[in-house]
Design a protein around this ligand. Structure first.
Ligand SMILES: Nc1ncnc2c1ncn2[C@@H]1O[C@H](COP(=O)(O)OP(=O)(O)OP(=O)(O)O)[C@@H](O)[C@H]1O
Length: 258
């Protein structure tokens, strides 16, 4: 269980331009220790861009990010962040076994070119078991179903013993039963003190886990507050399409539409 109460993520005024076009504008977003935050919004609203910028994968054109109290540029404890990319981005053409992919989650624990240790092997075995794939350890990733591939990517983050999981659409293309298993797994991790930033279109079985929702619209925050302030599964889309809050302002008493 994580006992560190330092704020895992503090982003202020994050702006990103891609191909010279502003994609994110002045986004403030926090994830506190033990918190489960959902980042919602329509296709192209900038969700993936935000998590990629906040984890240092792409540069920002403005703003600041602190990870566990350390400015991004000086943050070297990569193992504390478990980035679970969109499956389609991560899996395409990867000729690796489940074991190899999950073992790659241990790299941040090792010295450069160090051999894997017993601790690495134990962490990998435990992570693969935890996502329910112990009998697929030697399978190639390409042989697995979409939901199983997603679990392998999560196991990689678990193997790194991450304290903040940043997950980009982990339920996309995953059937309901696998979404339920994912919700159970994440519920257990949160109970143990893991913090989560989840990018999603639809929350489904993950909805009860969420402490706070943030809706992006065209690269800016359009809503921040509890899920109860969101109406329906595709609520974010309704709002995005109409440009109007789906409920009269002030009626929920919770959350802020901007
Ligand atoms: N490499 C890139 N170069 C130029 N523009 C990009 C690039 N990647 C994304 N974009 C654009 O940036 C905007 C935000 O994309 P992003 O992938 O962050 O959105 P998203 O909310 O995660 O959408 P989705 O739900 O479809 O993944 C989109 O208009 C997209 O076309």
């Amino acid at each position: 269980m994580s006992t560190d109460t330092t704020q895992p993520l503090k982003a202020r005024g994050v702006s990103v331009a891609l191909d010279g076009r502003p994609v994110l504008r002045q986004v403030d977003l926090d994830v506190s220790a033990g918190e489960f935050v959902a980042l919602l919004g329509a296709n192209g609203s900038g969700k993936s861009t935000f998590v990629r910028a906040a984890t240092g994968l792409i540069p920002m054109s403005g703003g600041t990010v602190e990870l566990f109290g350390t400015p991004l540029a000086h943050f070297h404890e990569r193992h504390r962040i478990g980035y679970v990319p969109q499956r389609s981005r991560a899996v395409a053409g990867v000729p690796a076994t489940v074991h190899e992919v999950v073992m790659s989650g241990r790299l941040a624990h090792r010295r450069l070119f160090g051999w894997s240790t017993k601790a690495d092997a134990a962490a990998v075995t435990a992570a693969i078991s935890r996502v329910g794939l112990p009998d697929r350890t030697r399978s190639s990733l390409s042989e697995l179903s979409g939901g199983q591939q997603q679990r392998v990517l999560i196991a990689r983050a678990l193997a790194s013993e991450a304290e903040l999981l940043v997950m980009d659409e982990p339920t996309a293309g995953v059937d309901h039963d696998n979404q339920e298993s994912l919700a159970e797994l994440l519920g257990g991790l949160v109970h143990e003190g893991t913090s989560v930033l989840l990018v999603a279109h639809e929350l489904g079985p993950l909805r009860p886990l969420i402490d706070r929702a943030i809706v992006l619209h065209a690269g800016e925050i359009a809503y921040e507050g509890p899920c109860e302030g969101l109406v329906g599964e595709d609520h974010a889309h309704v709002h995005m399409h109409t440009g109007q809050p789906p409920i009269p302002e002030g009626l929920t008493g919770e959350g802020v539409w901007r």
